[in-house]
Design a binder for this molecule. Structure first.
Ligand code: ATR
Length: 277
């Protein structure tokens, strides 16, 4: 029996475990995915344990996505560019740190949302950890222009400086013009997320502000429809929540570990069931 882990702290109710375990089962792969609560002081030992021959690798989430960097033998281009590792692959005892959030986001938009990023004008709300993979993803996918708006403007400016070599991007001090001209508006802030101490009925766009024609993408998937997505729906805009991104980043990690493409529909079904329970 092979093993895969999610390294998290604290270990919350995971959607990843049921979705990967369902895919292992249907493909007849003898493997089990399990969430581990890893305190920062235990991270080095736990990562060392991933070199064992019966371990495919792991996913990595908050707060360890940066801390695992120096523990890797090798880093993929995506991990280096995004500045975070969300997937570790055990290659015969050597550990490769990789990032599947960016490609997962692009596939989610293109395959599930039927939205192509090529030559599009994009407005990104938020400039935290989750924003980094999205900035890298949309610039690599050939968008025409990316504008970043964040409550703390200096963080948006820092992202712009870091990723300027990949395409046309700017930090905004106000939203109005980009809301009118954008083809895609993305929420990467935690506003709207359940149980994060913010009013769950809050939107990252202040009242009365809505894109004119954009597709609206929210990386939050709990709740299924945030205030932002409810408002987008009411305005007749197309929208997508964060679940497809979670599925597609997981699908690429699965393929890295096993060499096999997992069934996407089954992963969606398992994730939705886990979210309901
Ligand atoms: P994550 O890894 O989920 O991106 P993070 O790095 O803490 O978490 O970033 C959270 C993002 O949500 C940031 O862009 C943050 O804005 P600040 O940089 O100004 O803190 C944004 N955010 C969180 N709460 C917010 C709120 N109430 N209103 C607006 N933006 C908020």
């Amino acid at each position: 029996m092979k093993r895969v882990f999610l390294l998290a702290h604290p270990a919350k109710h995971s959607v990843s475990a049921p979705m990967h375990n369902a895919a292992f089962k249907v493909l007849g792969i003898e493997a089990h995915y399990e969430t581990l609560d890893v305190a920062p002081e235990s991270l080095r030992d736990v990562v060392e344990g991933l070199r064992a021959p019966d371990v495919f690798g792991s996913n990595v989430t908050v707060p360890h996505k940066l801390a695992v960097f120096p523990l890797m033998d090798e880093l993929s281009e995506a991990a280096k560019s995004v500045g975070a590792v969300n997937t570790i692959i055990n290659k015969k005892g050597k550990l490769l740190g990789h990032n599947t959030d960016a490609t997962g986001y692009v596939r989610a938009l293109e395959e599930d949302g039927k939205f192509s990023l090529k030559d599009k004008k994009i407005l990104l709300l938020g400039a935290g950890g989750a924003a980094r993979a999205i900035v890298y993803a949309v610039l690599k996918a050939g968008c025409e222009k990316l504008a970043i708006y964040n409550r703390s403007q200096e963080k948006a400016q820092a992202l712009v400086a870091e990723f300027a070599h990949l395409g046309r991007l700017e930090a905004l001090s106000e939203l109005t013009e980009m809301l009118i001209t954008s083809d895609l508006v993305i929420n990467s802030t935690s506003v709207g997320m359940e149980h994060n101490g913010i009013d769950p009925d809050e939107s990252p766009l202040s009242q009365g502000l809505m894109p004119a024609h954009a597709f609206v993408s929210d990386i939050v998937y709990r709740p299924e429809k945030t205030r932002l997505l409810k408002d987008a729906e009411a305005a007749g805009l197309k929208f997508q929540n964060g679940l497809p991104m979670l599925i597609y980043q997981g699908a690429e990690s699965f393929e890295c570990w096993t060499g096999k493409k997992p069934p996407i529909d089954l992963m969606f079904a398992a994730a939705r069931e886990a979210l309901r329970s």
